[in-house]
Design a protein around this ligand. Sequence first.
Ligand code: SIN
Length: 287
Amino acid sequence: MDDAAPGFRVRPFTGALGAEIEGVDLSRPLDPAAFAAIHRAFLAHGVIFFRDQTLTPATQTAFAARFGKVEPHPMIKPRYGEHPEVVAIVKEPHERHNFGGQWHSDVTYTEKPALGSVLYAIDIPARGGDTLFANQYLAYETLSPGMQAMLGRMIAVHSSSRSYGDGGREGGYVGGADSMPVAHPEKIGKEFEHPVVRTHPETGRKALYVNEVFTIRFQGWTEAESAPLLDYLWRHSTRPEFGCRFSWTKGAVAVWDNRCVQHLALNDYHGFRREMHRVSVGGAKPY
Ligand code: SIN
């Protein structure tokens, strides 16, 4: 156990990443020492979890804003007009689509992908609906020196076309599902380039930075040429020993570092309702 600050504890979660923090009420303003300890845990563990919180859109946003400037989702229509930064991630009992159901980092189809996100559990299925996380520092560090050197010189092209476009790989949950309509169809398919290996601006560590949902090819390569290497990297980057799995309870909160962690929302709860509120913090251009 890691004593982070007077009054609360940080318990590392698995060998790869994640920590559960106990003894904090996120609905109250955190003093600088308490937030500094939470921030240290966030950087050290990649994703941090809290149980039994009671947050409103305003208090969730206020907590997220301690990490940086909060920003609305670039695609999804906000459900709460007065809080455009709160994305309601909803799957109704009759729906089959599940937002975030493949391994990804958030919004890498933008110039400045999110720094991280704060996800709060509002309504939890009777079973299932866990979220999986994978440590992308480990994904990079376990590649051979030759592969690291080659990837370190490469750029990848990212786009929302496969998930948000017609026949998207997530089955068109957005644009098709009633619960999460797209607000900005005109943005679908724009391409942005990011390094395949990025340096974390706060820790200085290198992380693999491609994902199955939004990375479509390498710069200067065709999609067909890129596919075998990307397939390998997707399999490698989500190896079980790089990951952790969080089982939600009502009121639980996860905060992940989108610069070095991928995540996946398991779609194993058909027939049940699940509602989560996500607030994302804006990031810088990856380098
Ligand atoms: C996401 O942000 O990709 C969804 C995560 C979740 O609903 O567990």
